[in-house]
Design a binder for this molecule. Sequence first.
Ligand SMILES: [Zn+2]
Length: 317
Amino acid sequence: MERGKIILVFCFLVLIFSSQVALAEEGPEFRFFQRLSLFEREASGHLGPMDLRGDQTWGNGVQLEAQLRIDEIADKIARVARFKTHEVQPGETLWDISRKYGIDVATLAGVNHDIANVHNIRVGDVIRVINIRGTIHKAKDGETVDCIAKEYGVCPEEIRMVNGDDLSRLNPGQEVVVPGAKPPDFAERGGTLDSFIWPVSGGRISSHFGPRWGGFHEGLDIAVPTGTPVRATKEGYVIFSGWNGGYGNVVDIDHGGGVVTRYAHNSRLLVRRGSFVYQGQVIAYSGNTGRSTGPHVHFEIRHNGRPVNPIRYLPPR
Ligand SMILES: [Zn+2]
């Protein structure tokens, strides 16, 4: 008898518990908060927009209507620009911060006008971080949202949506978030030397950029076994692919904005002059051709014809 009672109570508890769970999962409020937290996660770059599409199977018409309204509100909230601040830690670059928050370096530059050069941030600097891609425009006297939209080539409605305030009258100096836009001075602030990846995975840096043997080493040497895939560090057009004296078999890629990358001493070339290559595309197999003292990739980044130190622009490995 005693055992029967315990089983009865147990079943009753299971019934109550499961109905509570079902209510919690199907209630519109639950979905509302669930969506908000998903948007938060999207803002931090861990989820794409496709992950946010919930199923819309609601048996009850009233509930469906409520759900749609909640979706609409949630969508609006997600599209309103929100800010956080981040204090630069020792050894941290703007690229590290961009990865941490899932937002690109151009956006970080766009919302932090006091960063004069994206490669020079200091420990203790307070950086503004935003949940959407874009830039901040400081309104000039007499400027309207329509003017700003035209200047950046974006839709004025989008600007109104993300700012969430009344923008019918802008005060001079007022900050307006322009979604999807890049700061116009991004290039001058070091922005063209942006978003490279490493030309090879692994390998040891056998020689750095800088003075070497009474001369100047204009690239970065990465020692890798012959036959290692060499990848385009950024998208662009191949402007040279062939033999070039001491460089051996070399590929040069033009990325626009005065930026060219060079990959030297290859054993085999896979691209031709004039072809477009994607970031990460295998363009050659590494080797030991030309003036080379062992199998390695000599990688250069040139800005307006001048070689720059690649290590400054490559992500940390
Ligand atoms: Zn070299």
